[in-house]
Design a protein around this ligand. Structure first.
Ligand SMILES: [Zn+2]
Length: 154
């Protein structure tokens, strides 16, 4: 039997999707194009690119609600579960962005936070992300607060 190569999705992304059966990486959340349905009722995710997938059917022409396509089914490279399909060709110009993208069944994917997302500390409430600095806490109403360094009174 040939040697099995498993690719990994870059850890720097916030979250990624893995095969829910064997846990191997499939796609980064950054490459998610669209969330919707396949075959009317199965929740599905469209990814611009994915790893560890191999074709598992002959190419076929199919007419879907958005037009006519040439598709090929894809399966997880490791556990061989059929997980969705790849768009090889889209007939309509406005659907061309789907070419080479993969539509995968959401129920067969597990969303995983990356190591970096887990390591990042939670920001305090008054931290302003826009400036990267701590904002001054709101000053209470009333007399102005005393100067920060008082002189000793003899
Ligand atoms: Zn798998």
């Amino acid at each position: 039997m040939g040697r099995l190569f498993v690719e990994f999705v870059d850890d720097a992304v916030l979250a990624k999707y893995a095969c829910c059966h064997c846990g191997c990486d499939i796609a980064s959340e950054a490459s998610l194009l669209w969330e919707g349905y396949m075959a009317q009722c199965t929740p599905a995710l469209l990814f611009r690119c994915a790893v560890n997938l191999s074709p598992c059917s002959p190419k076929r022409e199919e007419t879907l609600s958005t037009g006519r396509y040439i598709l090929v089914d894809v399966r997880c490279h490791v556990c061989c579960i059929r997980i969705g399909w790849r768009y090889l060709h889209a007939e309509r110009e406005e659907q061309k962005y789907k070419e080479n993208a993969v539509l995968l069944q959401q129920g067969l994917l597990e969303r995983v936070n990356s190591m970096q997302a887990l390591r990042r500390p939670a920001l305090p409430r008054h931290f302003t992300a826009a400036h990267g600095q701590q904002a001054a806490p709101p000053s209470p109403p009333g007399p102005p607060s005393p100067p920060p360094q008082r002189q000793p009174l003899g």
